[in-house]
Design a binder for this molecule. Structure first.
Ligand code: NAD
Length: 472
């Protein structure tokens, strides 16, 4: 794993080159080559092998940008994406095939007609990525776009510059660069991209930037997929297994140092369980970090100073009590996995998305109260976690919505590459992963074909009308 690799310095794409890059991608779509199944399969195979070959560069870039361990980088980026390529290759032919429509979708009276759905690529798409999983969250939507037969321009996050450069190199050297390309940069470059016409924009990032992108896209009636963040609740009832709940939720805050859109922001827990839960958390911490979290080679760091200060401010502003962790070190953007006991929904630890290794514990008297609080804090979070009896978990699902949910654990609804993942309401629009990735970039075009011999059967439609022949 320790192969020495060199990653070029970050270089933004020249703004005046961006219209031509978009134009090339549009031109490639117009050649129709990307509609051919062979082209799509070839690109996915090439991507698979490129991920294999670029593994040392990707791991080094993630280490450089996020101080990420190879274990997490392989699990959540390289291997995840390779599995995604293989899954798509295995199922692509079936997804791309015309779907014949028969009874009961087509009424019996029209059964002599040929109805089918053609799966057509939407066209040329723009994919804008965030910094937290800078490779996966850019290339996974691209896998969907390629599978659907689209051409694409990718815009990686400038906050993870090493990853942005490695992804650009991989795409340019290994994929069909007329159809897929990468624009590097920040706001000016994204603005220049947004001045181009796209057939869809796939955006992963904050709600604030998602709003900017959506407003701009609306000017040209461009459909947008939004994969946003959320203030995600975890529920713990008297029927939960507390040591397991503590361990699994702590995992949710240590993976990528909690810089995960799905991680819990706060835990709503029966008030009688609080002391034991805190003990369980401390035990789980000791098991994971016998020498303290800072000394662990496995814990990522906060991506940069700005985000370090943002997370630290949440801790500085809280009126709650730190019950686990709490240490910070500005010199290396280190924040210790931290739990804070709070008693107000207006606490900084409840009001903001932490997007870091910190979360709050909010004691409640009942599941009723927990559901009221959660619905008040954020009605449509991206994720929800419930640790209780089957009936309690079911009640949580019934009485609070979320993009996805995991029962008795953290993350799993969103960490498997084959099941649909997306937000709801203001945590996102649209979904991807598995078949949903193909569907996301596909136009489902209904085709009907009337046999020439059937003229008599449908002649009733012509003027002059005869009401007596209308069979209603
Ligand atoms: P961000 O919104 O700051 O940036 C995302 C992208 O938008 C980057 O490529 C960036 O260059 C670009 N951008 C930033 N400001 C812009 C502007 N003013 N105009 C145009 N483009 C701009 O997000 P981030 O900080 O990289 O990521 C963190 C956020 O993303 C969190 O809220 C997190 O919950 C969310 N997120 C969601 C998912 C999901 O799948 N739902 C996944 C990861 C992250």
């Amino acid at each position: 794993m320790a192969t020495k690799v060199s990653i070029p310095e970050f270089e933004a794409t020249a703004i005046d080159a961006i219209p031509q890059i978009a134009n090339t991608a549009r031109g490639a779509f117009r050649t129709h080559k990307t509609k051919k199944l062979q082209w799509r399969q070839m690109q996915l195979r090439k991507l698979y092998w490129a991920l294999d070959d670029y593994q040392p560069q990707i791991l080094a870039a993630l280490k450089q940008d996020l101080h990420r361990s190879d274990f997490e980088s392989l699990l959540t980026e390289v291997e995840w994406l390779k599995k995604d390529c293989l899954f798509m290759l295995e199922h692509l032919e079936k997804y791309a095939k015309d779907e014949k429509l028969r009874s009961p979708d087509v009424p019996f009276t029209y059964s002599f007609m040929n109805f089918r759905i053609r799966k057509e690529p939407l066209g040329t798409v723009l994919i804008i990525g965030p910094y937290n999983f800078p490779v996966q969250l850019l290339l996974a939507p691209m896998i969907g776009a390629i599978a659907a037969g689209c051409t694409a321009v990718l815009k990686p996050s400038e906050l993870t510059p090493a990853c942005a450069m490695v992804v650009k190199d991989l795409v340019e050297k290994r994929l069909d660069n007329t159809a897929i390309s990468v624009v590097n940069g920040g706001i000016p470059e994204t603005n220049a991209l947004m001045n181009e016409k796209w057939d869809k924009i796939f955006f992963t990032g904050s709600a604030a930037v998602g709003t900017i992108i959506t407003k701009k896209a609306a000017e040209t009636l461009t459909p947008v997929v939004l994969e946003l963040g959320g203030k995600n609740p975890a529920f713990i009832t008297k029927n939960a297994n507390l040591p397991l709940a503590a361990k699994r939720l702590l995992w949710g805050k240590t993976l990528n140092s909690g810089q995960v859109c799905m991680s819990q922001n706060y835990v709503l827990i029966d008030k009688d369980l609080v002391p034991t839960f805190i003990e369980c958390l401390k035990q789980a911490y000791k098991d994971m970090f016998p020498n303290g979290a800072k000394a662990s080679p496995d814990l990522a760091r906060i991506v940069n100073q700005r985000h370090f200060q943002r997370v630290k401010k949440m801790l500085d502003d809280t009126k709650g009590k730190i019950v686990m962790g709490g240490a910070v070190d500005e010199s290396e953007n280190y924040i210790e996995p931290t739990a804070v006991l709070v008693d107000s929904v207006h606490d900084s630890m409840m009001e903001e998305e932490s997007f870091g290794p910190i979360f709050s514990i909010y004691p409640v008297n009942s599941l009723d109260e927990a559901l009221n609080v959660a619905n008040l804090v954020h009605r449509t979070p991206l994720s929800l976690f419930s640790f209780g009896s089957k009936a309690e978990n079911q009640r949580v699902l019934n009485e609070m919505t979320s993009g996805g949910a995991t029962l008795n654990d953290a993350y799993f609804h969103g960490s498997i590459n084959t099941v649909p993942f997306g937000g709801v309401g203001d945590s996102g629009w649209g979904a991807y992963h598995g078949k949903a990735s193909f569907d996301c970039f596909t136009h489902f075009r209904t085709i009907s074909e009337t046999p020439l011999w059937a003229e008599k059967l449908i002649a009733v439609r012509y003027i002059p009308y005869d009401l007596s022949k209308l069979k209603l």
